[in-house]
Design a protein around this ligand. Sequence first.
Ligand code: ADE
Length: 224
Amino acid sequence: MRYDIITLLPELLQGPLHHSIMQRAIDKGLVQVNIHNLREFGLGKNKQVDDYQYGGGAGMVMMCEPLFNCISELKSQRSYDQIIYMTPDGEQLTQSLSNRLSMGDNLLIICGHYKGIDERIRENIVDLEISIGSYVLSGGELPAAVLVDSITRLIPGVLSDETSALFDSFQDDLLAPPVYTRPADFNGWTVPEVLLSGHEQMIEDWRNEQSYERTKKRRPDLLK
Ligand code: ADE
């Protein structure tokens, strides 16, 4: 998978995308992350990228032309499965959307700032608009990092134990079961007996049941 990310704040993406599982996926050559600084496509000697909004009102809007030029240059080099804009009024990110996007080869992700991007880019160029939740962040960079992380862990070979993503919460619309590690007794708080039994079938049944009970209690909406 190759991700191209357009941003005005490249530094904000460096940290989240260059540690742990993400960095290992990059090192293994399973994913490539290319960050493009929109400022380089800014207009005039000030490299302008935003302007006042028509009709008045507080907040700047990211202009069409720098975005159009940056996206056109990237599109001239490869075709994208999806051109995605991160925005609080987009489709809610879910595990099934991440699963679907993980099947692709090339994703282009646009991070907005200020009041957002000119609507004409959204209407004419963007294929998919994604929100990571019903709250507003200062820009699209952290949402883009969330999206990239959630997709990357689903790419075959990224997780050392390939099955482990299968047991993540939300796969199959169920939350993950509780997990424990040594010691079996900490301060008198004990680990459920079945996990120490070595009986694989019983352990699997217990985990399935815990997943179901946890989902019923915490996220009944997932069971509908
Ligand atoms: N940009 C600002 N807030 C956002 C959100 N909640 N999801 C996606 N992009 C955003």
